[in-house]
Design a protein around this ligand. Structure first.
Ligand code: SAH
Ligand code: SF4
Ligand code: F3S
Length: 470
């Protein structure tokens, strides 16, 4: 038995959450139950998972990293490409045996995947041991959904509203004590023709700048040093709101908070990136010298069909301005390879921009059709063979560019934030520059979250190696 529901408007939202949190706490509070949260997808999902963990703790659960010992498993999913969905579904499949071993185990699936009706239906029918699903904008409903299920209610599959409310004050348990995510807005209005995000995260809505400032102040006061402001298109922050603060204003306001920290942000949509924003960065040292500006394709024809609403020329205009005003900036981008109808000539234009800009990092993705998006209906698809060949050529070119750029870092000294032991280089610690470059170094004294000065002595395309200096 199951039911599909929309948000219940009967209770004021935060109050509703607290009421159900206390109800669950009253039931499970003394039982020492454990909750395991598994996260797929982007930083926004990571930020959401920290809220899910926060709510679980408020309801009396302790967090565990071990699904086998959990009494509550929450899988926070991504739908951006087919591979992401397959991974999540395969993992959910594996949890069937956990439920067979422990009948009272509750399994919830949330995030972008079950926000699509066809995936909610699939979970309902093919994964009968999943107790309930909810979307990214229904996070605050988690205690209510859990309480209902624990009280013997039917399985529930919540499909998010198109225009969900902004809910503040959801409790949070952050993964790190020096790096933090701060969502400044939710959803997306851009409808790039390949992208599922606007369908699963709803329309764009911004948090009030006062609420954001309060959260950032609290983080800085508690010693956080690396704060990333999140939104699918941070450059349209505040649009259509009843306050007068655009993204550049917000950044400047936050960067005026006293303290030793860096502000990062993602993602910037090129069509809305302004010179005003770059000027704010140039005059505020607390904003990291890092700019991620997704290009997707270097061909105007492809950009047009992608509905990106900028041309390669317009993109390069803002990029040149960034380079001029922020000479030490680290640049990165996203590229989609093999979009329907992409010709060899179109692809060459993408490579030409990579060679011209010389990005420090390129995140490249093979186009993956997403059901319900306009691009999925386009007929001129590219063969897998051509897609893989173009991907390989792009990676080869980028490796060459990254080696060249990193080689220029030799003998330079960077202040890096230590992120603990390196997984791939035994005995070394791993840090990140403010531009997010990986730096490996040895130290007996540096601890995770410390700022360390490192002089670069050796480089690879995707990492710098160095020695600690005083
Ligand atoms: N809002 C951000 C990014 C969202 S998704 C932006 O506009 O840049 C992150 C990246 O995934 C996108 O930049 C794009 O490069 C890639 N992506 C999105 N949908 C995709 C699809 N259907 N196939 C392949 N890559 C995709
Ligand atoms: Fe997707 Fe485009 Fe929105 Fe980014 S801006 S989330 S790529 S629709
Ligand atoms: Fe994936 Fe949703 Fe983020 S689809 S990339 S988790 S917005």
């Amino acid at each position: 038995m199951s039911e599909c529901i929309k948000r219940q408007a009967s209770l004021p939202l935060p109050e509703g959450r607290e009421v159900y949190t206390n109800k669950v706490l009253a039931v499970v509070g003394e039982l020492g139950l454990k909750c395991f949260v598994q996260t797929f997808g982007c930083q926004q999902n990571e930020a959401d998972s920290e809220r899910i963990a926060g709510m679980a703790v408020a309801m009396g659960y302790t967090l565990t990293a071990e699904p086998n010992e959990a009494d509550l498993i929450v899988v926070n999913t991504c739908a951006v490409r087919e591979h992401a969905e397959k991974k999540a579904l395969s993992l959910i499949g594996q949890y069937k045996h956990c439920k067979s071993n422990k009948k009272e185990l509750v399994i919830a699936v949330c995030g972008c995947m079950p926000s699509q009706q066809h995936r909610a239906d699939e979970i309902k029918h093919k994964y009968p041991y999943v107790d309930f699903t909810f979307g990214t904008s229904d996070l605050y409903m988690f205690p209510e959904l859990l309480y209902r299920r624990l009280s013997g209610a039917k399985r529930t599959f919540v499909i998010p509203e198109d225009k969900p409310p902004v809910v503040e004050d959801i409790p949070v348990v952050r993964e790190s004590n020096y790096r933090a995510w701060v969502s400044i807005m939710y959803g997306c209005n851009n409808f790039c023709s390949y992208c599922i995000v606007p369908y699963v995260r709803g329309r764009e809505r911004s948090r009030h700048p006062d609420a954001i400032e309060a959260e950032v102040r609290e983080l800085i006061a508690s010693g956080y040093k690396d704060i990333t402001l999140l939104g699918q298109n941070v450059n349209s922050y505040g649009r259509g709101c009843d306050f007068d603060c655009d993204f550049a204003d917000l950044l400047e306001r936050l960067a005026s908070i006293e303290g030793d920290y860096k502000l990062h942000f993602m993602t910037s949509h090129p069509k809305d990136a302004t010179k005003k924003l770059v000027d704010v960065m140039a005059r505020n040292d607390r904003i990291a010298r890092q700019f991620h500006l997704p290009l997707q394709s270097g061909s105007n024809e492809v950009l047009d069909v992608m509905n990106r609403r900028y041309t390669a020329e317009k993109y390069l205009e803002i990029l040149d301005y960034i380079k001029e005003k922020l000479p030490d900036v680290t640049l990165s981008t996203d590229i989609i390879v093999g979009f329907p109808g992409e010709t060899e000539e179109d692809f060459q234009k993408t490579l030409d921009i990579l060679s011209y800009v010389k990005y420090d990092m390129v995140f490249s993705f093979i186009y993956s059709p997403r059901s319900g998006t306009p691009a999925a209906k386009m007929e001129n698809s590219i063969t897998d063979e051509i897609k893989s060949d173009r991907m390989r050529r792009l990676l080869d070119l980028q490796t060459e560019i990254a080696s060249e750029l990193n080689a220029k870092c030799i003998d330079k000294t960077y202040r890096v934030i230590c992120q603990g032991k390196s997984k791939n280089n035994e005995g070394m610690l791993e840090g990140r520059t403010e531009g997010n470059k990986i730096v490996l170094f040895a130290s007996d004294t540096a601890r995770e979250g410390d700022y360390v000065k490192v002089k670069v002595t050796k480089t690879q395309p995707y990492a710098l190696f160095g020695e600690v200096v005083k």
